[in-house]
Design a protein around this ligand. Sequence first.
Ligand SMILES: [Zn+2]
Length: 202
Amino acid sequence: RHEDLDDIILTHFHPDHISGVPILLMQLWLLGRKSPLQVYGLHHCLTRIEDMMHASACKTWPGFFPVQFHPVPEQDNVLVLDNDDFRITSWPTRHFIPTIGLRIEVKTTGTIVGYSCDTEPIPNIVELSRGVDLLLHEAAGSGYGHSSAAQAGEIAAEARAKRLALIHYNVWETDPRPLINEARTTYSGPVELAVDFGEYPI
Ligand SMILES: [Zn+2]
C-alpha cells in the first residue's frame, strides 16, 4: 500500500536510479497521500532532486504532501536510517558522481543485505557487504565506475557474503545468463540474476 512507503534512499543522481522520482511523487499525491515522505541521499543528489521537483512544479499541486530531505554525509559507515524495522548504513562507492552503497540490517529477522550500487570494486564495498545474507551487486562490466560479474564475485568472496544476486547488468541485445558462471569463477556461494520486481524475503 502506498501509505506504507515512509522513506526513500536515493544512492546517486543518475537517470536510471532517480528519473522515477517525479512520477512517483505525483502518483502518491494522486492517490491522496497526506503524510510526509522522508528522502535520504548525498547533498549532490538531493539538491538535484529538489531541482527536479521545482521543474515539476510540485508546490502547485493542491495539497501536495511534505517531502523532507535528509542529507547523508559522504563518509564511511554513516547511519542513514534507524527505525523499528531497519538499520541502514552507507559507504561512498567509486562511480562517476558521488554515490553510496548500502548495508541494510533487518531488525525483525536479523537478516543483513548489502547493496553495492554502482561502483568499481573497492574496499568500501567489502566493508558494507561483510557477512551479509544477501549481496546485491552490480555487474555492468569492468572499467571506469563499474564492476564485472567476476569482480562482484570477488567482493562477495572477500566479504564472505552468503548469497550473491547480480543486478544492473546489460540486457540490451545480449543474454545475461553467462554472468552467473562468470561470478562463479571467483565466488563459490549461490549466485543468481536479480530481476525487476523480484522478491527477496528478508
Ligand atoms: Zn550510476
